[in-house]
Design a protein around this ligand. Sequence first.
Ligand SMILES: Nc1ncnc2c1ncn2[C@@H]1O[C@H](COP(=O)(O)OP(=O)(O)OP(=O)(O)O)[C@@H](O)[C@H]1O
Ligand SMILES: [Mg+2]
Length: 422
Amino acid sequence: MQDKKPIITTRNLVKKFNNKVVLRGIDADIYENEKVAVIGPSGSGKSTFLRCLNLLEIPTAGKISFGDEIIFESDYYAQKDKLSALKAQKRSYKSGESDAEVQSLLSELTELSSNKKALKKELKALKTHARLLRQTSAREGAKKDADETAEKIVAVKNSLAELCLKISSEKAQVKQRKQTVRSSLDQSVVADLDAKISAQRAVTAKSAATHRKFIRNLEKNIDAHRRTTGMVFQHFNLFNNLTVIDNITLAPVKAGLIQTKKLRRTLKRAAKAGDENAKTQLVNLPHKLEIVENARKQAYALLDRVGLKDKADVYPSTLSGGQKQRIAIVRALAMNPDVMLFDEPTSALDPEMVGEVLQVIKQLADEGMTMVIVTHEMGFAREVATRVLFIDEGEIKEDAPPAELFGNPKNERLKEFLSKVL
Ligand SMILES: Nc1ncnc2c1ncn2[C@@H]1O[C@H](COP(=O)(O)OP(=O)(O)OP(=O)(O)O)[C@@H](O)[C@H]1O
Ligand SMILES: [Mg+2]
């Protein structure tokens, strides 16, 4: 594998949704002809990883390359975090909060507050108990219980009052200590932090500019990038208002038209400048009908391969789940991708249809298609995959050939996972 170049590379790939980190720095290389199975618990980030590879999700940080081309690279969020940390440090220093004595007073205060909370809870429970006793005064021993409860209530109230006093005195101490600290701040520490902040601000701004540039570029070229990868989803995602053949040819026709338009523009410019070769090429550019016809021809050939040629003109709603998924695979293949990405392609299917879909995927694998497949079908992963990645909590915890990963798992979480699914 070492002498080959990876088709897709990710380095330290991070994806956050709001503040939730879903991918925590994924390093992966997908080489030509590899069949990589991705397994892991629900919610571990498998789909998000696949969606980042297909750019359905824009990563938060890290690097993605397709071959030699860097598609995305950014450390913007890390730099931003560094800047925030420095600012917080300065704030804390200037307010006196970073002073050791203030810190210790504050942690005492936290403890006192939690004691207060516990006492309040106890008081509430005692009061409820007392109320219940008043309602059931006939019970034997109720009087004694009521007296004891009343006593307890008084005791807890006293403790609470004492605690409140202590808290306000501690608060006053904190305030006073902070004032003392603030009046004798070491200005050289502040200046040093200011210098660090200003340097970090420049680094962050530069990183933000690079980040924006990558996102702009990504958005501009996203269709071209996505063509590298064909994606198949759990729930097929076919367009129900289009016939099977239209579902399959929609993207290739669009791509063909865009490509021809671009080429025409370039050739026209060259022809205008007197390039005879460009003039000939311009005349021979395919017309729209030709593009459509070629896409349809290819679609029929692909449909034939998955045994569904007779379904070309029907609507998806008339198909079984297994048939729909085979169509979805054909649709992805119609873009001639370098890599196929499958996200649990069989988990929405009735059991009797799983086989026909796995069969198609296996056939593709045998023909040498590079693929990454998120799957719960461990038997299939073991049989077809050349490598298995175990993802857990947004990290690749184990990466090994199937015989090794299933036969001799090393990671504890993987062992636990396999004991549940095998
Ligand atoms: N668009 C989104 N917005 C917010 N959170 C999301 C989004 N997509 C995914 N997540 C969260 O990210 C985490 C990982 O989700 P992901 O779908 O990648 O898991 P998974 O490993 O594919 O799980 P499963 O096996 O159930 O399909 C989950 O906690 C999910 O709720
Ligand atoms: Mg998923």
